[in-house]
Design a protein around this ligand. Structure first.
Ligand SMILES: Nc1ncnc2c1ncn2[C@@H]1O[C@H](COP(=O)(O)OP(=O)(O)OP(=O)(O)O)[C@@H](O)[C@H]1O
Ligand SMILES: [Mg+2]
Length: 146
């Protein structure tokens, strides 16, 4: 039995990572879909600076972000062809790479499956910074999906 953790940020590359996880799994395996809400989204001084002028207060509450992330993860989970009992979703907030590494440890994942680039950066980088950091620091195997 393998435990696979897929890092999902909504990007096409991370959708491919999910497809790859499903493709590489058998009936005994478990898949965990993880989204990290970047800390700077809710904690940046830029956001705080904007707060008094624009009513972002509802949006920046990380509870709201978390709900949205969980919602979209469960939508994605429903769409894929995988035994729902063996599929779970998780949302963390903080530094995406750090949280991916911590969660993989916490859940004792055998492998981390991750896209080579993220959301909205078509062809700008050979490898996204989150993937770069995860590959460099992971104590477990990482599959970078292209
Ligand atoms: N917030 C996140 N939560 C979960 N997984 C993430 C998150 N951000 C990135 N990932 C994972 O990392 C992969 C690569 O994204 P990454 O952020 O490294 O590249 P990028 O967005 O193109 O570049 P950068 O963020 O460095 O500007 C994604 O396909 C996804 O699997
Ligand atoms: Mg990114």
């Amino acid at each position: 039995m393998k435990k696979m953790m897929v890092a999902y940020d909504g990007s096409e590359a991370s959708k491919k990572a999910i497809d790859m996880a499903v493709k590489c799994s058998n009936q005994e395996d478990e898949i965990i879909l993880l989204t990290v809400i970047p800390a700077e989204l809710s904690e940046s001084s830029f956001t705080k600076m904007l707060l008094p002028t624009i009513d972002l207060s509802q949006i920046v509450k990380s509870g709201t972000f978390k709900e949205k992330a969980l919602e979209s993860l469960s939508k994605v989970a429903k769409e894929i062809n995988f035994d729902i009992k063996k599929l779970s979703t998780a949302v963390e907030s903080g530094d995406p790479a750090d949280e991916i590494l911590l969660s993989a440890k916490k859940h004792e994942a055998d492998i981390i499956i991750i896209g080579y680039k993220g959301y909205g950066k078509e062809g700008r980088f050979l490898l996204g910074s989150v993937t770069d950091k995860v590959v460099r620091h992971a104590s477990r195997s990482v599959l970078v999906v292209r």
